[in-house]
Design a protein around this ligand. Structure first.
Ligand SMILES: [Zn+2]
Ligand SMILES: [Zn+2]
Length: 345
């Protein structure tokens, strides 16, 4: 079968790879109809992690179940399903409390061994899904696949920012970063009742998109004065780092008010960070980190996207076929695209 594979630093290729087979009783095989390229994929394609060339990329997908192992329940061949970006057993202490990311059985599709045992990705005609009863869920009737696919990672991540940031009615929230995750965080914060969401980005198109979706746009230079203006000088109730890295986390700490919360859903690769502890102590700041958990959140998010209360497709800038994926990665790396979907049929 054809798949998009990591071909060495900054190189993606379409290759013929062996078709996956059922390996464990809990496995399912899914014929992928729609996949997506994510910022996480870029880190791996750039060669930041130790990933074997030939690894099939991608962890966001919707498709049709074509085979299930003997231990799979709740999922049947022929069903249209949404995949989660990582696997979990569904029954351990962590899974029972809804913390699937901490499950010892975790495998993250298409990212080598960075987050668990290697598992081939979903930018392929067929993907093998371990622990399918937990990892897959049927699409609600009538739910457009191009909306549902966001629940598998990007919207779950944006929603996790609102959830772990404790965003509630009347809050003023600053979202740093207007990429796909930042835009999803903006929509999620609005859905849970934030009064004002300010989205900060250097790229004018991303600010315009945020504005069209109900947020106040700001450049990095504008954000401080805008936040002061809407909060009578206090600072934001919650600041979301939707980019990762020290610079943006610093900026999030700068805009938040005393007793405020900073929540980071951006990826961090530095071993440490200089927390301004004197201010953090004196102003009783809270700093939290969150990773989206589609398995926990999908029951809450699928109705929102199925009904259009949240329409994540507003961030989609292009759809390509599998053959167009290598060039699409290059455009994505140059910030010429916000979100790229891949049609496999
Ligand atoms: Zn992703
Ligand atoms: Zn588990």
């Amino acid at each position: 079968m054809k798949a998009a594979v990591y071909a060495g630093p900054d190189r993606v290729a379409i290759e013929d790879v062996a078709e996956p087979r059922l390996e464990e009783p809990g496995d399912a095989l899914v014929r992928v109809s729609l996949a997506a390229i994510c910022g996480t994929d870029l880190h791996f394609v750039a060669g930041h992690a130790d990933m074997e060339p030939g690894t099939v990329l991608g962890h966001e997908f919707v498709g049709e179940v074509v085979a299930v192992g003997a231990a799979v329940s709740g999922i049947r061949p022929g069903e249209l399903v949404l995949g989660s970006d990582f696997t979990a057993c569904g029954s351990c202490w962590w899974c029972r409390r809804g913390d699937h990311w901490e499950c010892a059985e975790r495998q993250f599709f298409g990212t080598g061994t960075a987050f668990g045992k290697a598992l081939a990705g979903a930018q392929a005609e067929i993907v093998r899904v371990p622990r399918a009863s937990t990892v897959l869920c049927p699409l609600p009737p009538g739910c457009p696949p191009e909306r549902a696919i966001f629940v598998g990672d990007t919207l779950a991540t944006g929603f996790a920012a609102a959830e772990r940031g404790g965003v509630g009615p009347g809050d003023v929230v600053v979202v740093l970063g207007g990429g796909a995750v930042g835009q999803m965080a903006s929509l999620a914060c609005q859905a849970v009742g934030a009064a004002v969401v300010i989205v900060v980005d250097l790229v004018a198109d991303r600010r315009a998109l945020a504005a069209a979706q109900g947020a106040l746009p700001a450049t990095p230079e504008e954000v401080d004065s805008l936040v002061r203006r809407v909060t009578a000088g206090r600072g934001a109730d919650v600041a979301v780092d939707a980019v990762g890295g020290a610079r943006v986390l610093d900026a999030a700490l700068t805009v938040v008010r005393p007793r405020g919360t900073v929540v980071s859903v951006g990826a961090h690769f530095d071993a440490s960070f200089a927390l301004p502890v004197r201010r953090a102590f004196a102003e009783e700041l809270t700093v939290r980190f969150a990773i989206g958990d589609a398995i926990r959140l999908r029951d809450r998010l699928l109705p929102l996207v199925a009904t259009g209360v949240i329409d994540p497709t507003v961030v989609v800038t292009e759809r390509v076929g599998l053959s167009g994926v290598p060039a699409a990665y290059e455009r994505f790396a140059r910030h010429e695209a916000t979100k790229i979907l891949i049609d496999l049929e």
